[in-house]
Design a protein around this ligand. Sequence first.
Ligand code: GAR
Length: 208
Amino acid sequence: MLKICVLVSGGGTNLQAIIDRIADNTITNTEICGVISNNHDAYALERAKTHGIPARCISPKDFESRAVFHDALLEGIKEYNPDLVVLAGFLVNITPEIIRAYPNRIINIHPSLIPSFCGKGFYGLHVHEGVLARGVKVTGATVHFVDEGTDTGPIILQKPVEVLQGDTPEALQRRVMEQAEWHILPQAIDLIANGKVKVEDGKAVILN
Ligand code: GAR
């Protein structure tokens, strides 16, 4: 059984997709051992509580420095003793200490086709604003392992989504979630839970 700790910051629709796909057995061999939010007001915390999943907030606002916050975050993750850490809309940069504690055991969902519209400054709605400003016709989402760069780790799954004439950032964000994120994040977790993903030469390989 793969124990996953899900880190969230906001609405938690990706967390909900994971919960639902475990419930209907699309994701197998997996249990959510805990949810951590950096934001006290995150609706994702309510979603966890509704489903009886242990959840807590570890907010930088409650610590005297960023360094102390990051130490508390690592301790908080360790307390749940996960096999895999899932960044599901977690908008805080993960420190090298956390990454080294979980090598190739942290995955992230990013709302674009990496390497486009990713890296510093590209998170949440800003990604979709960038897509519309550039006028690209296809965007999508990516699930990748987290390494010490920003959105640079081995890519596990990607799914394209069409950009439509007249899209607003909000409309595009919703379509990317519905058509890509809510599918490939659960799918990646299921693949990992069933031993179907390995990292070779810095690239993720899906085994048959
Ligand atoms: C999602 O679109 C996710 O891809 C994005 O934040 C949103 C969270 O929504 N993550 C990033 O931009 C990470 N760089 P949710 O809270 O409803 O799952």
